[in-house]
Design a protein around this ligand. Structure first.
Ligand code: MG
Ligand code: MG
Length: 248
């Protein structure tokens, strides 16, 4: 049976520090994401920020991924590769980033709009953020993965949106993705129990259309089948003896 990795106090201190750097990198790139800016520029600035603080980008080189950020615009759902694409007014952009510090990974994502977006799109963004917040509130020692998954599913389906089923949250630590998977759909009272001292990345990836995925020709970027808009928020969360601590 696979087990959840439990971290020592020293390791948790490193994870906290790495998570803080990751939080700062996302704040910086959010402030820079304006019309006319390329995703390559956001990527360059994030990498510089992370390295200046003595950490390493967690995604760069991971299974051959070429960049510090995953930047996914509009019809792109996850794993978009930063490049020459210029941000425009009305774009929906998700910025996903990982940090590696003292051989430990943290992982987080935000979705933001470049200027105004239609109310229905804003609703998608807001409900995805709310699903993450409500899922995190469930975390405490002994919570089951299905308790987290079902909270995400219930929250978004109540507003007519659906979780992209093939993409899940995950345990992390020594590896960027490790036991257990944290699906965005599921049943309360099922799945592995989470012990205090472990960390998980909870990441609702929510669609306004199809909940099935398709891969693009670049081998990385993932869309939903009808190319509907999607939103994605993620935090790395520590299970504490009292409940939870958001590390990112
Ligand atoms: Mg991520
Ligand atoms: Mg993740």
């Amino acid at each position: 049976m696979p087990r959840c990795q439990i971290f020592t106090a020293d390791e948790i201190a490193s994870l906290r520090k790495g998570g803080k750097i990751l939080h700062g990198a996302l704040e910086l790139t959010t402030s820079l994401a304006k019309p006319g800016v390329t995703t390559a520029e956001l990527d360059r600035r994030a990498e510089e920020y992370i390295r200046d603080l003595g950490a390493e980008p967690g995604f760069k080189g991971y299974r051959g991924f070429p960049a510090t950020l995953c930047t996914s615009i509009n019809e792109e759902t996850v794993h978009g590769i930063p490049g020459g694409r210029v941000l425009r007014e009305g774009d929906l952009l998700s910025i996903d980033c990982g940090v590696l510090l003292d051989d430990l990974y943290t992982d987080a994502c935000i979705t933001l709009s470049i200027g105004p977006i239609p109310p229905k799109t804003q609703e998608l963004v807001d409900i995805t953020a709310e699903a993450l917040a409500r899922a995190i509130e469930r975390v405490r020692p002994g919570v089951r993965v299905g308790d987290i998954s079902s909270m995400i599913q219930k929250t978004v389906e109540a507003k007519g949106f659906s979780a992209v089923r093939a993409l899940t949250g995950h345990g992390l630590g020594r590896d960027l993705h490790q036991f257990p998977d944290i699906p965005n759909v599921g049943e309360a009272g099922t799945g592995p129990h989470l012990p205090a001292g472990t960390i998980i990345a909870i990441e609702p990836i929510i669609s306004s259309g199809s909940d099935a995925i398709r891969e693009s020709d670049d081998g990385w970027t993932i869309y939903v089948q009808d190319r509907a808009l999607t939103a994605h928020f993620e935090h790395t969360v520590l299970v504490t003896p009292e409940g939870y601590e958001i590390l990112t």
